[in-house]
Design a protein around this ligand. Structure first.
Ligand SMILES: O=C(CO)[C@@H](O)[C@H](O)COP(=O)(O)O
Length: 226
């Protein structure tokens, strides 16, 4: 499998009052990406951060900012997030059924990596056209909890989606998000996920570096067998 492990602590579990130092803490603990959960209080029942926070954080780090847009109108956010310094822009298929081509084009033209996310009960077939398009998305994010909040229980039944995707697209970045930690990572890694978002398991650990390393080892070990 020609993909590399990317461990992305979810900053939703950080102390927002100390965002820059929390980001540094994750990066010095071995994180590859910082996962930024952008919610509009409409697509999901929670309101978190937006472009101004990305602008502020970008002043403190060159890290890859993996932005997950849980918003009703993702197209409205492309320009401001690109200017703010976002690296990845992952939108939900449920919010972009009619304009995903325009959205992908717009994300790429502004130098960000386009990804598509799907909620737990959205069939995996819905993302195939986006991966197979002439101008494709470069990552699929399989939600392993209902989006909106950190600290929820991992849904193992979502691993069928990951397995199907990995079989169909050996070199695609497949991200999983929700309830990932030492007790669930092997399920995700063996199914074929290589980008791992983890919030409470990393931020709640006495030694985040140990958890990050455990997550990475699991993905790398599974990679050898894929
Ligand atoms: O997108 C989301 C929630 O909607 C996630 O990024 C969570 O923030 C992950 O947190 P944990 O489940 O790992 O605590």
């Amino acid at each position: 499998m020609g993909v590399t492990a990317k461990i992305a602590p979810s900053m939703l579990s950080s102390d927002f009052a100390n965002l820059a130092s929390e980001a540094r803490r994750m990066l010095t603990s071995g994180a590859d990406w910082l996962h930024m959960d952008i919610m509009d209080g409409h697509f999901v029942p929670n309101l978190t951060i937006g472009s101004p926070v990305i602008v502020s954080l970008r002043k403190h780090t060159d890290a890859y900012l993996d932005c997950h847009l849980m918003v009703t109108n993702p197209l409205d956010y492309v320009e401001t997030l690109a200017k703010a310094g976002a690296s990845g822009f992952t939108f939900h298929i449920e919010a972009s059924k009619n304009n995903w081509k325009e959205l992908v084009q717009s994300i790429k033209s502004r130098g960000m990596k386009p990804g598509v996310a799907l909620k737990p009960w959205t069939p995996i077939e819905e993302v195939y056209p986006l991966v197979e398009a002439e101008n494709p998305v470069e990552m699929v994010l399989v939600m392993t909890v209902e989006p909106g909040f950190g600290g929820q229980k991992f849904m193992p039944e979502m691993m069928d989606k990951v397995r199907v995707l990995r079989k169909k697209y050996p070199s695609l970045d497949i991200e999983v998000d929700g309830g990932l930690g030492p007790s669930t990572i092997d399920m995700a890694a063996s199914a074929g996920a290589n980008c791992i978002v983890a919030g409470s398991s990393v931020f709640g650990a006495p030694e985040p570096a140990q958890v990050i390393s455990l997550l990475r080892n699991s993905v790398e070990k599974a990679n050898e067998t894929h």
